[in-house]
Design a protein around this ligand. Structure first.
Ligand SMILES: [Zn+2]
Length: 512
């Protein structure tokens, strides 16, 4: 059996779930469902990143201890994904004991192998924040919180010999053209690797930071960010036991936004090399959601929360928008107006109308009973079937490239064709002539095959809708009849249920 492993980043618990988190998690969920339907054994990991000085400070600011603080925010992430119907297999927390133990084991291993050394670390330090800032984080050379210039200080720390692995990393990146997708992110990484790599500082002294995993070879230090966070992708599989690691690691597909490209394309593979593990199969990188109303921020009140979107529009409609609007790898714009336009045009009109029209005619003309197909199919019947077969082929090739928007476009192109078929065959006119009744029955039978095909093709993208379609068609959830070839999904006499509104049209809201 073929296997594949999808991961989202572990989300840092200094903020609650928003649009960016939701997009990565929804595509992981879609991919899981898609590959499962193809017969793969799939493992889907998500979770939360919970150590570091920002968390210790946030806990202090809310007058609580770090553990209570991370328990609360991590719980919000988990319950959000649960309520959004995200089918993850394991939710990892970097404060989980098995993870801490694993991180220490790997650190010990690479320390013993000579890939960790003690050295001098220098950087811009703000005494008010009690932390180092990178030059990029400073605003006009000042701490963004305190508006004061930080001091350049240096302290003793542990370093990972990352530079040692530079040549091997370049070779891997060059010899595997699809290791990072889309291609331009690999080009970006290779350009970065033209400059010499520096070693990576991987510790903080406990005099400054206690909220971390202690180094196994020096209890005066905790590990800083990289080993703590990135090793989650392996520790979770180890923890699941059995042969999970052996089974799933070769098919590892990380899903990330482009802001963490460097950590996943440079730090992470060199860490894997040092740990003696093969690299991931693919690093899949998506762009940013850009808000029409400016940068998403709490103060502007334009933060998109997944549960609010679900309440207002339904989870499937929200998923549809995310998957249809963004070309994977590029930035996309988010606005509620654009979301409403897509729901009305694609879901309420195109998909919703077709389904309710067909099921209404099936009820009205044949009391819901499926009629036989004629022995000889009309040219337009075969054209309709072929159009969906073509859409399915296109869907598979786009999904292999993570082009979710093109995959959906292909299905909607077939859906347009089905709507034209209704107009062309005009069953609502034919039914007035009793002699034409068998043809009307056959036309509706083909249209039920359209809906059955949609229920199958859309299941990874719109799982609730697909389930609803199967229920309307009176098909069991066991997946049996859903996969039958065109024309063999229904036996004549099978009862179809009465239509219902799948996606109500959203009237535009009055401007405030
Ligand atoms: Zn400061």
């Amino acid at each position: 059996m073929e296997r594949i492993y999808f991961t989202t980043p572990i989300y840092y618990v200094n903020a609650e779930p928003h649009l960016g988190h939701t997009y990565t998690t929804v595509i992981a969920d879609t991919l899981k469902r898609y590959y499962q339907a193809l017969g793969y054994e799939v493992f889907f990991l998500t979770g939360t990143d919970e150590h570091g000085d920002k968390i210790a400070q946030a806990a202090q600011a809310s007058a609580t201890d770090p553990k209570t603080y991370v328990d609360r925010i991590s719980g919000i992430f988990r319950s959000t994904w649960d309520r959004c119907g995200i089918a993850y297999d394991h939710f990892i927390r970097t404060t989980d004991p098995y993870h801490k133990e694993y991180v220490q084991r790997i650190l010990r291993k690479i320390y013993d192998a000579g890939d960790v050394y003690f050295g001098e670390y220098g950087g811009f330090y703000c005494y008010g924040c009690e932390r180092f800032y990178t030059e990029r984080e400073l605003v006009d050379g000042k701490c963004p919180d305190h508006q004061t210039a930080p001091d350049y200080i240096s302290e003793k720390n542990y370093f990972f010999r990352m530079a040692k692995y530079q040549e091997r990393l370049i070779d891997e990146m060059k010899s595997r053209p699809d290791i990072i997708r889309p291609e331009r992110y690999r080009a970006e990484v290779l350009a970065f690797l033209r400059e010499p790599l520096e070693d990576l500082c991987i510790s903080r002294p406990t005099t400054r930071l206690q909220w971390g995993i202690p180094l196994p070879f020096d209890s005066n230090y905790v590990t800083y960010v990289w080993f703590d966070a990135l090793l989650n992708y392996v520790s979770a599989l180890e923890y699941r036991g059995g042969d999970s690691l052996v089974k799933f690691w070769p098919g590892t597909n990380h899903l990330i936004a482009k802001d963490i490209l460097k950590t996943h394309a440079i730090y992470w593979p060199t860490m894997l090399m040092a740990a003696g593990m093969p690299l991931y199969q693919h690093l899949n990188v998506h762009g940013y959601w850009v808000m029409d109303s400016g940068k998403m921020s709490k103060s502007l009140g334009n933060v998109i929360r997944p549960l609010e979107m679900k309440e207002r529009f339904g989870m499937d409609a929200f998923r549809y928008f995310l998957l249809r609007e963004m070309a994977f790898g590029q930035d996309a714009k988010f606005s509620v107006e654009a979301l409403v336009t897509r729901i009305n045009a694609d879901l309420a009109n195109n998909l919703g109308n077709l389904v309710s029209r067909v099921l209404a005619m099936q009820q009205k003309y044949f009391a819901g009973e499926v009629q036989p197909l004629s022995a000889a199919w009309a040219a337009e019947d075969m054209e309709l079937r072929d159009k969906f077969a073509q859409a399915e082929r296109e869907l598979h090739s786009y999904m292999a490239e993570l082009q979710f928007h093109r995959a959906l476009e292909a299905v909607w192109s077939a859906l347009d064709h089905a709507n034209r078929y209704v107009v062309q065959t005009a069953p609502f006119t034919l039914i007035k002539d009793p002699a034409k009744q068998p043809r009307v029955g056959a036309v509706l039978h083909h249209l039920l095959e359209v809906i059955r095909t949609l229920a199958r093709l859309l299941a990874p993208f719109l799982p609730d809708t697909a389930k609803e379609l199967r229920a309307l068609l009176g098909l069991a959830d066991d997946g049996g009849s859903i996969n039958a070839p065109w024309g063999q999904g229904f036996t004549p006499g099978h009862k179809i249920n009465a239509p219902k509104v799948l996606f109500p049209r959203i009237e535009s809201e009055p401007k405030k």
